[in-house]
Design a protein around this ligand. Structure first.
Ligand SMILES: NC(=O)c1ccc[n+]([C@@H]2O[C@H](COP(=O)([O-])OP(=O)(O)OC[C@H]3O[C@@H](n4cnc5c(N)ncnc54)[C@H](O)[C@@H]3O)[C@@H](O)[C@H]2O)c1
Length: 306
């Protein structure tokens, strides 16, 4: 089988080497398309491949249509909103992600952003400490759990809300579950956002939640830009001159927002949550292993288009 790794933003070299050796050991052939600059290059590269590994690359219906032999596509990462799942399903293509493989990198960045904002974005002046502050974990998945654990290490009070996770799981981790999303925002000096971008969550964080943050509250978004309603974010920052927004996934008009609100908003120049060598290697190798296992045994454990 021919397995293509197509990455606009390439994996770390060690990850590509690891993928290459898994592909070779399992008797398949590797093709590499890195730093491509047009969708056409991707259409051309997929025309004879059986499997595809991508990162944040968009796998659209056009890509699927250009790949008549494609049987499996794996998003090396957690969020899979860059895959057209309906198009995959329609063609009988299995779509997977690699859950948990880059979570630690994202969790560390979320904590780093909290420290950055607490220390005046590293400008001179008196800052504050994380110890004793409360942090609300909005979605207790792989990243949320790790942020919770790190935050406890900093002596923070950790609360969590996730309607799809049994409260006993949260309690067993010595984290305080809250009953509603409103309560979470009301009680969190830092609100760490970890919901996936789905039709239900898109634009779901807006004025009515943000204005509930306590005085000096800060929203930390390492999830997806689409889950925050940009117009309402602006309205909240206007209405509440004490609140802050830091993000790894800037909204469409971040430059204008940043100009307007100065040090109260910060975005990483490029999404970097999963941008560590370790996360690259974990996610890239997991993707290659999942494909090898799928071809060998038909295993679909991490399928997301069921
Ligand atoms: N910044 C980055 O580079 C980066 C890297 C990895 C992941 N992410 C983003 O972070 C998100 C979370 O990653 P993860 O690995 O923790 O995913 P995950 O699938 O392990 O966890 C997601 C959690 O969200 C919960 N959830 C779903 N809908 C919800 C809702 N409406 N309200 C509350 N909770 C809800 C689920 O129950 C689950 O526990 C991903 O979907 C992705 O968009 C960003």
């Amino acid at each position: 089988m021919k397995i293509l790794v197509a990455t606009e933003k390439p994996f770390a070299k060690a990850a590509v080497e690891g993928i290459a050796s898994i592909v070779k050991e399992s008797g398949h052939t590797l093709a590499l398309l890195e730093k491509y600059t047009s969708a056409e290059q991707l259409y051309d590269a997929v025309k004879d491949v059986d499997a595809l590994i991508v990162r944040s690359d968009k796998v659209t219906k056009e890509v699927i249509d250009a790949a008549p032999n494609l049987k499996i596509v794996v998003r090396a990462g957690a969020g899979y909103d860059n895959l057209d799942l309906a198009a995959c399903t329609q063609k009988g293509i299995v779509a997977m992600n690699t859950p948990g493989q880059n979570s630690n990198a994202v969790a560390e960045l979320a904590i780093g952003m909290m420290i950055y904002v607490s220390r005046n974005c590293f400008n001179p002046g008196t800052g504050s400490e994380l110890k004793g502050k409360s942090v609300g974990i909005h979605a207790y998945g792989n990243v949320g759990r790790l942020v919770a654990g790190l935050a406890k290490g900093f002596g923070m009070k950790v609360l969590a809300f996730d309607p799809f996770v049994d409260k006993s799981v949260i309690i067993n981790d010595n984290i305080t579950p809250v009953d509603s999303i409103e309560e979470l925002y009301e009680k969190s000096d830092f609100l760490s956002l970890h919901i996936p971008a789905t039709p239900q969550t898109k634009n779901s964080v807006g004025l009515s939640l943000l204005e509930k943050l306590p005085k000096g509250g800060c929203l930390v978004n390492t999830a997806r830009k689409e889950v925050v309603n940009e117009a309402e974010l602006i309205a909240a920052l206007e209405k509440r001159p004490d609140i802050k927004y830091v993000t790894d996934v800037p909204t469409e008009n971040h430059a204008a927002i940043s100009e307007k609100f100065g040090n109260r908003v910060f975005a990483t120049p490029k999404k970097m949550g999963a941008e560590t060598a370790e996360a690259n290697i974990n996610a890239g190798l997991a993707a290659a292993k999942q494909i090898a296992k799928f071809f060998e045994t038909g295993d679909k454990t991490f399928q997301v288009n069921k």
